[in-house]
Design a protein around this ligand. Sequence first.
Ligand SMILES: [Zn+2]
Length: 204
Amino acid sequence: MNFYNAHTHRIPDNHIGIYQSDAEYTASWFSVGVHPWQAAVKPLSEIIPAMYHQNCRALGEVGLDRLKGPSIEIQHAMLIAQLSLANELQKPVIFHLVRAWDEFYSLLKSQQHTPWIIHGFNSPKQVTRLIQTKVFFSLGPASLQNPHMQSILSKIPLNRILFETDDTAVDINEVYQDYSLATSTPLAEVHAQIEQNFLAIFGA
Ligand SMILES: [Zn+2]
Protein backbone atom coordinates (compact mmCIF):
# COMPACT_ATOMS: atom_id res chain seq x y z
CA MET A 1 0.00 0.00 0.00
CA ASN A 2 1.49 3.33 -1.06
CA PHE A 3 1.26 6.60 0.84
CA TYR A 4 0.94 9.78 -1.24
CA ASN A 5 2.24 13.16 -0.09
CA ALA A 6 1.17 16.18 -2.16
CA HIS A 7 3.66 18.63 -0.66
CA THR A 8 6.85 18.00 1.27
CA HIS A 9 10.12 19.85 1.78
CA ARG A 10 11.97 16.56 2.42
CA ILE A 11 12.91 14.09 -0.31
CA PRO A 12 10.31 11.31 0.08
CA ASP A 13 11.89 7.96 0.96
CA ASN A 14 9.18 5.49 2.00
CA HIS A 15 6.31 6.99 0.04
CA ILE A 16 5.38 8.78 -3.17
CA GLY A 17 5.49 12.54 -2.83
CA ILE A 18 5.86 15.89 -4.51
CA TYR A 19 9.12 17.33 -3.22
CA GLN A 20 9.23 21.13 -2.98
CA SER A 21 12.28 22.07 -5.04
CA ASP A 22 13.99 25.47 -5.13
CA ALA A 23 14.95 24.96 -8.76
CA GLU A 24 16.94 21.70 -8.69
CA TYR A 25 15.93 18.46 -10.42
CA THR A 26 15.32 15.43 -8.20
CA ALA A 27 14.80 11.73 -8.81
CA SER A 28 11.46 12.02 -7.06
CA TRP A 29 8.56 14.01 -8.47
CA PHE A 30 8.83 17.67 -7.55
CA SER A 31 7.11 21.04 -7.70
CA VAL A 32 8.90 24.29 -8.41
CA GLY A 33 7.76 27.89 -8.28
CA VAL A 34 8.48 31.38 -6.98
CA HIS A 35 7.00 31.52 -3.47
CA PRO A 36 5.06 34.74 -2.76
CA TRP A 37 7.61 35.66 -0.07
CA GLN A 38 10.32 35.60 -2.79
CA ALA A 39 8.30 37.46 -5.43
CA ALA A 40 10.59 40.52 -5.31
CA VAL A 41 13.92 38.68 -5.19
CA LYS A 42 13.65 35.47 -7.24
CA PRO A 43 13.21 35.94 -10.99
CA LEU A 44 10.80 33.70 -12.87
CA SER A 45 13.67 32.69 -15.20
CA GLU A 46 15.25 30.78 -12.28
CA ILE A 47 12.50 28.15 -12.25
CA ILE A 48 11.78 27.82 -15.96
CA PRO A 49 14.34 25.08 -16.80
CA ALA A 50 13.08 22.93 -13.91
CA MET A 51 9.47 23.45 -15.02
CA TYR A 52 10.32 21.60 -18.24
CA HIS A 53 11.89 18.60 -16.46
CA GLN A 54 9.89 15.37 -16.69
CA ASN A 55 9.79 14.99 -12.89
CA CYS A 56 8.24 18.42 -12.43
CA ARG A 57 4.65 17.53 -11.60
CA ALA A 58 3.36 20.92 -10.49
CA LEU A 59 3.96 24.64 -10.27
CA GLY A 60 4.27 25.47 -6.58
CA GLU A 61 4.22 26.66 -4.06
CA VAL A 62 2.94 29.95 -5.47
CA GLY A 63 0.28 32.33 -4.27
CA LEU A 64 -0.50 35.36 -2.18
CA ASP A 65 0.33 36.20 1.42
CA ARG A 66 -0.93 39.38 3.10
CA LEU A 67 1.10 38.79 6.27
CA LYS A 68 4.55 38.27 4.80
CA GLY A 69 6.58 39.13 1.71
CA PRO A 70 6.53 42.08 -0.72
CA SER A 71 3.41 44.09 -1.61
CA ILE A 72 0.35 42.19 -2.79
CA GLU A 73 0.72 43.92 -6.21
CA ILE A 74 4.22 42.47 -6.65
CA GLN A 75 3.04 39.03 -5.50
CA HIS A 76 0.03 39.18 -7.82
CA ALA A 77 2.11 40.07 -10.87
CA MET A 78 4.50 37.18 -10.18
CA LEU A 79 1.59 34.82 -9.65
CA ILE A 80 -0.11 35.77 -12.93
CA ALA A 81 3.13 35.21 -14.87
CA GLN A 82 3.53 31.78 -13.28
CA LEU A 83 -0.08 30.76 -13.86
CA SER A 84 0.21 31.44 -17.56
CA LEU A 85 3.32 29.24 -17.64
CA ALA A 86 1.47 26.47 -15.77
CA ASN A 87 -1.41 26.70 -18.21
CA GLU A 88 0.94 26.56 -21.18
CA LEU A 89 2.74 23.49 -19.78
CA GLN A 90 -0.47 21.93 -18.42
CA LYS A 91 0.87 21.69 -14.85
CA PRO A 92 -1.25 21.52 -11.71
CA VAL A 93 -0.72 24.42 -9.28
CA ILE A 94 0.03 24.19 -5.54
CA PHE A 95 -1.10 27.36 -3.72
CA HIS A 96 0.12 29.09 -0.59
CA LEU A 97 -2.68 31.47 0.43
CA VAL A 98 -2.85 33.74 3.44
CA ARG A 99 -5.71 36.27 3.74
CA ALA A 100 -6.11 36.67 0.01
CA TRP A 101 -9.38 34.89 -0.66
CA ASP A 102 -11.05 37.60 -2.79
CA GLU A 103 -8.09 37.64 -5.17
CA PHE A 104 -8.04 33.85 -5.23
CA TYR A 105 -11.73 33.54 -6.17
CA SER A 106 -11.31 36.00 -8.99
CA LEU A 107 -8.21 34.16 -10.28
CA LEU A 108 -10.19 30.90 -10.16
CA LYS A 109 -12.68 32.36 -12.61
CA SER A 110 -10.14 33.73 -15.05
CA GLN A 111 -6.99 31.59 -14.81
CA GLN A 112 -7.81 28.02 -13.81
CA HIS A 113 -7.15 25.54 -16.61
CA THR A 114 -5.36 22.79 -14.64
CA PRO A 115 -5.99 21.23 -11.19
CA TRP A 116 -5.46 23.74 -8.38
CA ILE A 117 -4.50 22.58 -4.91
CA ILE A 118 -4.63 24.70 -1.74
CA HIS A 119 -1.73 23.46 0.32
CA GLY A 120 -1.87 23.30 4.13
CA PHE A 121 -5.57 24.06 3.92
CA ASN A 122 -6.60 25.52 7.27
CA SER A 123 -9.41 28.01 6.57
CA PRO A 124 -12.65 26.44 7.82
CA LYS A 125 -14.71 29.53 6.92
CA GLN A 126 -13.91 29.07 3.22
CA VAL A 127 -15.01 25.44 2.96
CA THR A 128 -18.62 26.07 1.92
CA ARG A 129 -17.61 28.37 -0.91
CA LEU A 130 -14.59 26.34 -2.02
CA ILE A 131 -16.45 23.07 -2.38
CA GLN A 132 -18.53 24.76 -5.06
CA THR A 133 -15.36 25.28 -7.10
CA LYS A 134 -13.05 22.56 -8.45
CA VAL A 135 -10.11 23.11 -6.11
CA PHE A 136 -8.43 20.35 -4.13
CA PHE A 137 -7.80 20.65 -0.39
CA SER A 138 -4.38 19.46 0.74
CA LEU A 139 -4.49 18.70 4.46
CA GLY A 140 -1.42 18.54 6.65
CA PRO A 141 -0.66 18.07 10.35
CA ALA A 142 -1.72 21.66 11.24
CA SER A 143 -5.03 21.34 9.34
CA LEU A 144 -5.94 18.18 11.23
CA GLN A 145 -5.02 19.61 14.64
CA ASN A 146 -7.22 22.70 14.24
CA PRO A 147 -10.48 21.99 16.16
CA HIS A 148 -12.44 24.29 13.79
CA MET A 149 -11.20 22.23 10.85
CA GLN A 150 -12.02 18.91 12.51
CA SER A 151 -15.69 19.80 12.80
CA ILE A 152 -15.95 20.69 9.11
CA LEU A 153 -13.71 18.01 7.57
CA SER A 154 -16.59 15.66 6.77
CA LYS A 155 -18.16 18.35 4.57
CA ILE A 156 -15.24 18.18 2.12
CA PRO A 157 -15.80 15.33 -0.34
CA LEU A 158 -13.00 12.75 -0.10
CA ASN A 159 -12.47 12.96 -3.86
CA ARG A 160 -11.30 16.59 -3.38
CA ILE A 161 -8.71 15.83 -0.69
CA LEU A 162 -4.94 15.29 -0.69
CA PHE A 163 -2.52 14.85 2.21
CA GLU A 164 0.84 16.48 2.87
CA THR A 165 3.52 16.88 5.53
CA ASP A 166 4.91 20.26 4.30
CA ASP A 167 8.09 21.20 6.23
CA THR A 168 7.35 19.02 9.27
CA ALA A 169 9.00 15.74 10.25
CA VAL A 170 5.60 14.05 10.64
CA ASP A 171 5.23 10.69 8.86
CA ILE A 172 2.59 10.92 6.11
CA ASN A 173 0.96 7.78 7.49
CA GLU A 174 -0.03 9.77 10.62
CA VAL A 175 -1.92 12.24 8.44
CA TYR A 176 -3.89 9.35 6.92
CA GLN A 177 -4.70 8.01 10.38
CA ASP A 178 -5.68 11.40 11.84
CA TYR A 179 -8.02 12.10 8.93
CA SER A 180 -9.57 8.64 9.17
CA LEU A 181 -10.20 9.10 12.91
CA ALA A 182 -11.51 12.66 12.60
CA THR A 183 -14.03 11.76 9.90
CA SER A 184 -14.77 8.14 10.86
CA THR A 185 -13.81 7.04 7.36
CA PRO A 186 -12.36 3.52 7.12
CA LEU A 187 -8.63 3.70 6.44
CA ALA A 188 -8.90 1.41 3.40
CA GLU A 189 -11.41 3.78 1.80
CA VAL A 190 -9.14 6.76 2.55
CA HIS A 191 -6.16 5.00 0.98
CA ALA A 192 -8.01 4.05 -2.18
CA GLN A 193 -9.47 7.50 -2.82
CA ILE A 194 -6.31 9.48 -1.97
CA GLU A 195 -4.34 7.29 -4.39
CA GLN A 196 -6.89 7.95 -7.10
CA ASN A 197 -6.90 11.73 -6.45
CA PHE A 198 -3.13 11.99 -6.31
CA LEU A 199 -2.45 10.01 -9.47
CA ALA A 200 -5.19 11.76 -11.44
CA ILE A 201 -3.60 15.14 -10.62
CA PHE A 202 0.14 14.47 -10.59
CA GLY A 203 0.51 11.18 -12.47
CA ALA A 204 -0.89 12.39 -15.77
ZN1 LIG B 1 5.60 24.23 2.01
